[in-house]
Design a protein around this ligand. Structure first.
Ligand code: G3H
Length: 541
């Protein structure tokens, strides 16, 4: 079959979808979790359209997956009140509960959501077009993250179980919650990245207001019962609706203590400014990125090509860590482009349930048009699409385009394309690549490809001060999840990792007294009677 035929035949009729992957029925969500109850919703709803189109007598139509509530300010404010009341100025059941009890609740929650795996994985696939294999990986990685978080908290708690004596003062130092956390995740890892902030925030004793991402919303519906069953009322509350309608009021209330968002820096900045007491707001943010690959004249070209394909096109380039601009030494450029084009031509494209498929339809409705605009802009300014079929589009599907030579005048030089376009820039002097990173508004990661130790060393020192992770001879990535995940400039605020997230969503508090006999007696009495959850030497195993 020719490429064009394959592209035309990409989408199937309803009958052609394999039974195991069919959505048996639409998910019409008419309830949301607020203040410990699944509240019924009879108002407006949003219709969720899949990136996967269905071949019909009237042409291609995005599959309707279901609907979810479009709540308004009133419901959002009620959810905020529920979270504020559950926190109760730090006196609520959840923030004062022992770490062991909180862990127990999160373990129960984990068991309950594992039961929902099949449903959730299928919804991830249908809502954002992620391959079935990667949707499954996303679910499993999330469970592993929760388990690792529990272990890390036990460690942290063990370290805090003792007392510190300094200059005649004895103190017990622990980490305490911050208050109400507004949590919003991204569409590309709707479950995983949301839970990498929500779970640490929750387990540290904060109360949560959680707004699911715009794409990747319904997949949380099967999990709401577990939140309801496992945590005291008001500890986890959901808000559904248009972000620009419901979020400003929440921020302006001044009652949000932590804003955690994986998304755009523009939105994060606007939201932060709405808070009336900026010093009371902590922000843990994973934002835009434009990670570069630097392929020097001394690189192993085959390896650089392999990693560029993975780095720039896994999940169609829709990863914040994706390689979004490739600098290649001019002496290798032709060969690199030839090998890269060949590798891209071998990528299997199709429906996300197909075994071995790498490229799938895109969930953001405007994305194909935006990518086209980027390609046209680059072509008008002197670049070419160098790979066969690059940029070919059928509705929500766009075949990857390798664009060369990209220069500073083009959108693709600075804008985060977040899609299947690979801009390649030739360079003569490594200094040009360092200058790019210095001038960039982003500062997440970089990948260097070279086999020369002196050359790598000469890049490491300037680059670690531009970005937060320098990858050598491999693509950029967030994992392993125990590694710190952060960024400089407009790419992040705060640090996430299994351990760092626990610190990010808490503050150290200590109980201190002068070390004399009567205080020793007092402390011993409190510890022996287990009357305080904070002042305690209980050791968590
Ligand atoms: O979208 C950004 C994700 O954090 C990337 O994670 O590098 O594991 O794909 P990943």
């Amino acid at each position: 079959m020719s490429f064009q035929d394959e592209l035309n035949e990409l989408f199937l009729t309803e009958e052609q979808i394999p039974t195991d992957f069919k959505l048996v029925e639409e998910v019409n969500q008419r309830a949301y979790l607020s203040n410990g109850e699944m509240l019924p919703w009879n108002g407006d709803v949003h219709t969720v359209l899949s990136p996967i189109c269905i071949k019909t007598a009237n042409g291609l139509q995005r599959k309707v997956i279901g609907t979810y509530p479009l709540c308004d300010k009133e419901e959002a404010n009620a959810a905020l009140d529920a979270a504020v009341n559950a926190y109760d100025n730090g006196r609520g059941e959840w923030p004062t509960m022992s770490v062991a009890q909180r862990i127990e609740r999160v373990e129960k929650f984990t068991h309950e959501i594992i039961e929902k795996k099949q449903e959730v994985v299928k919804l991830i696939m249908w809502e954002i077009g992620k391959t079935f294999a990667d949707s499954t990986k996303e679910f499993d990685r999330t469970i592993e993250y929760i388990q690792a978080t529990i272990d890390a908290l036990k460690d942290l708690d063990r370290q805090s179980a003792g007392f510190t004596i300094e200059q005649g003062i004895i103190a017990q130092i622990r980490r305490s919650p911050l208050g109400v956390v507004l949590c919003m995740g991204p569409f590309n890892y709707p479950l995983n990245e949301t839970f990498t902030t929500l779970i640490p925030a929750l387990i540290m004793g904060n109360t949560i207001l959680f707004k699911p991402p715009k794409h990747g919303t319904l997949l949380f519906y099967p999990l709401l019962a577990a939140f309801k069953n496992c945590f005291p009322k008001g500890v986890v509350n959901t808000i559904y609706g248009r972000g620009n309608k419901i979020i400003p009021g929440l921020m302006e209330s001044g009652k949000i203590n932590v804003l955690t968002l994986i998304g755009s820096s523009k939105v994060a900045n606007e939201l932060k400014k709405m808070h009336p007491k900026v010093n009371r707001l902590r922000a843990i943010l994973g934002l835009d990125a434009k990670n570069a690959a630097i392929i020097t004249a001394k690189a192993d070209l085959k390896l650089a090509v392999q990693e560029t394909v993975l780095g720039s096109l896994s999940f169609n380039g829709q990863r914040c860590t994706a390689l979004k601009i490739i600098f290649v030494h001019r002496s290798l450029a032709d060969e690199f482009l030839a090998q890269l084009s060949e590798a891209v031509s071998k990528l299997k494209f199709g429906m996300p349930w197909v075994n071995g498929v790498a490229l799938t339809p895109l969930p953001e409705p405007h994305k194909p048009a935006y990518l086209k605009e980027c390609l046209e802009d680059a072509i008008a300014k002197g670049a070419k699409i160098v790979n066969e079929n690059g940029g070919a589009t059928n509705e929500s599907f766009v075949f990857p385009a390798i664009v060369y030579p990209v220069n500073a005048q083009m959108k693709l030089y600075t804008e985060e394309q977040f899609g299947p376009v690979v801009p390649v820039v030739p360079f003569d002097d490594l200094e040009e690549t360092i200058t790019y990173l210095i001038e960039s508004t982003h500062g997440q990661q970089v990948s260097i490809f070279s086999n020369d130790e002196d050359e790598i060393a000469s890049l490491i020192d300037p680059l670690v001060n531009q970005v937060s992770r320098v990858n050598i001879n491999c693509q950029c990535q967030r994992g392993p999840d125990v590694f710190p995940f952060t960024g400089r400039k407009d790419s992040a605020e705060g640090t996430l990792s299994v351990v760092d997230a626990l610190r990010s969503f808490s503050i150290r508090s200590l109980v201190a007294t002068k070390l004399n006999d009567s205080n020793k007696h007092l402390l011993n009495e409190i510890i022996d009677s287990h009357s305080s959850n904070f002042l305690s030497t209980k050791y968590l195993f």
